[in-house]
Design a protein around this ligand. Structure first.
Ligand SMILES: Cc1ncc(C[n+]2csc(CCOP(=O)(O)OP(=O)(O)O)c2C)c(N)n1
Length: 583
């Protein structure tokens, strides 16, 4: 049976068909749907781990224990999971161990544009790269087989366009794979210097075997047509290249690490001009150059951003914009914005009243950096909201530190905020740090997490109590506030930032998009009372606009959260009881 599938769903189907039984992941666009999709297969145990390092370690343990195990993450997630990855390269696998990593060229939803292929090279493992949904499924299955045959973890690299576009996939039955036997084997599974030294030799020998596999297995393919141009490409870039150069010869790379040297040289020998087309870093290109080949690549194509058929046509053939695909210049820009009813908005409004410096973090609340809130001073990576505040404290002293708060969300807190709290206490910091607890992992599309107390399947589980945890770590000042009670939030922020001790403020109000949240109306503006002070415009709610000199509420967007009624000093905003908004 054939089915139209998202690349991410196809990876999940591959994990299922390959007979895997244990999955542990942490969400991150564009990889999230892989694990959401996997959670629907009853044959597979799946979970959201608090972060990617934990996720990969769980999968590693399951693999050593004999199961086929899998973990999915976005590119920056692999930074967090890099520690277990590099040592699992030495340990290898028992049951197949596969990691899907989704890159985000163009940074649709990421803080950087790093190229995950470097991780395959640096960890001396293996990487496969599908170019459509069918390959996403097939390569995932192949990845489990390679993992077991060569005793290695295998990375499957995706990118936003592969993860989030749909193409046909032929479905097959699930292979029932027996648990492999587990025997205690410290020389393989306990990595300390004496064992590690031997396993490093194994890893180097494994690469040579994998190079042979890259040449012979058919995962990299030569398609000889017109010999005047030979293109080496992989992943989504291959699809763009095929569209622009339908008659050219191709070496399609399905395994970007290790690369097939003989095949590359052989292909180069058949074609007149060699072009390497790859998004982000010139990894294949540099490899070709190291083999002594002359190639066109990044001298004509950008290092930054996402490619398209149009970009290739323009840069390599000189065609006009819009020749191969939509001319994106004609599309209206839609900047990201916090939703109407978002609890983070009330919090930032309070922060702005006190003109605090905010070391921020990654989540929906990062959008507080944009106008009109303009509330964030820094955003580095998950967890850095708290630790960067501590850095400000140590760099500029206690008095300055009283103007600084560190901020992160509930999922980010269990991802990597807890160690920051420990650092502040242990190293005599005085920072005020804030968890914006909206009871969900909002930014990546509503995944449950340890703070909201539900599993990936929506089952009730133990809930991490942030307040008790902070006390246990040693915080003596812990406050809980409702961000829509702006005056109280301002008061608590003022008191806690003034204190000479570290403090934690838990800002609690659930995400307005949760099914359990029911606001019961929408707001109307009394034009008689409105003084056009523009205070309501400062909260940046998408439902409020200034049209022809009148502050206007868009009833199709307003959820009736009432925040604007609390910030208006003239009583011009009031909830309309009769306005029922259906959700
Ligand atoms: C290392 C890493 N993993 C995953 C992500 C993807 N990501 C961005 S924000 C976020 C979680 C945000 O959830 P939360 O902290 O609860 O804040 P909310 O969006 O709900 O406000 C995730 C998983 C990332 N940016 N970096």
């Amino acid at each position: 049976m054939k089915k139209l599938m998202l690349g991410n769903d196809a990876v999940a189907r591959g994990v299922y068909e390959a007979g895997a039984t244990v999955v542990s992941s942490y969400p991150g666009t564009p990889s999230t749907e892989i694990t959401e999709s996997l959670s629907k297969y009853d044959e597979i145990y799946s979970e959201w781990a608090p972060n990617e390092k934990v996720a990969l370690e769980v999968a590693a343990g399951a693999s050593i224990a004999g199961a086929r195990a899998f973990s999915a993450m976005k590119h920056v997630g692999l930074n967090v999971a890099a520690d277990p990855l590099f040592t699992m390269s030495y340990i290898g696998s028992n049951g197949g161990l596969v990691i899907a990593v989704a890159d985000d060229p163009g940074m649709h939803s990421s803080q950087n544009e790093q190229d995950s292929r470097h991780y395959a090279i640096a960890s001396k493992t293996v990487m496969l790269e599908p170019a459509d949904s069918q390959e996403a499924k097939d390569y995932t299955i192949k990845a489990f087989d390679i993992s077991e045959e060569f005793d290695t973890p295998v990375l499957v690299r995706l990118s936003t366009r592969i993860s989030h576009s749909q193409s046909l996939v032929e479905l097959q039955e699930r292979r029932e794979v027996e648990l492999k036997e587990y025997t205690c084997n410290p020389s393989k599974n306990v990595m300390m210097p004496a064992m590690g030294r031997r396993r490093h030799v194994f890893v180097e020998e494994r690469i040579l075997k994998l190079k042979k596999y890259a040449e012979e297995s058919g995962i990299n393919e030569i398609e000889l047509k017109d010999r005047s141009i030979g293109i080496i490409s992989s992943g989504i870039a291959y699809q763009y290249a095929k569209e622009v150069f339908p008659d050219a010869s191709f070496l399609k790379i399905g395994m970007p690490y290790p690369l097939p040297d003989k095949m590359i040289l052989d292909f180069a020998g058949h074609v007149h001009k060699l072009i390497v087309i790859e998004e982000l870093d010139p990894i294949i290109e540099e490899h070709c150059k190291a083999l002594g080949l002359k190639v066109t690549g990044k001298n004509k194509l950008p290092l930054c951003g996402e490619y398209s058929a149009d970009l290739l046509g323009h840069n390599l053939l000189g065609t006009e914009k819009g020749t191969y695909s939509l001319n994106e210049d004609i599309l209206p820009v839609r900047p990201p914005v916090m939703c109407a009813g978002c609890p983070h908005r009330g919090f930032y409004h309070a922060v702005n009243r006190l003109k605090l410096i905010v070391t921020g973090d990654i989540g929906c609340y990062t959008l507080g950096a944009l106008p009109p809130l303009n509330a964030l001073d820094t955003c580095i990576c998950m967890g850095a909201g708290f630790t960067a505040a501590h850095g400000f404290n140590k760099a500029r002293g206690s008095e300055f530190s009283k103007k600084v708060i560190g901020v992160m969300g509930d999922s980010t807190f269990t991802h990597s905020g807890i160690t920051g709290l420990v650092d502040i206490i242990y190293n005599k910091g005085i920072s005020t740090v804030v968890v914006l607890d909206n009871s969900i992992t909002g930014m990546t599309g509503h995944q449950n997490n340890p703070v909201n107390g539900f599993t990936i399947k929506g089952e009730k589980t133990k809930q991490v109590d942030i307040e008790k945890l902070a006390y246990a770590i040693g915080f003596e000042r812990v406050r809980i506030v409702d961000p829509f009670d702006v005056d109280n939030t301002v008061k608590v922020l003022r008191e806690e930032t003034k204190a000479d001790e570290p403090s934690l403020i838990i800002v609690q109000r659930p995400c307005a998009l949760l099914k359990s949240v029911k606001y019961n109306g929408c707001t109307a503006v009394d034009q008689e009372k409105c003084r056009r002070c523009m205070m309501c415009m400062k909260i940046g709610c998408p439902a409020i606009s200034d049209i022809d000199g009148r502050i206007t509420i868009d009833e199709t967007i307003c959820v009736g959260c009432g925040l604007c009624t609390r910030v208006c000093k003239f009583g011009a905003m009031a909830l309309k009881e009769d306005c029922k908004v259906e959700y």
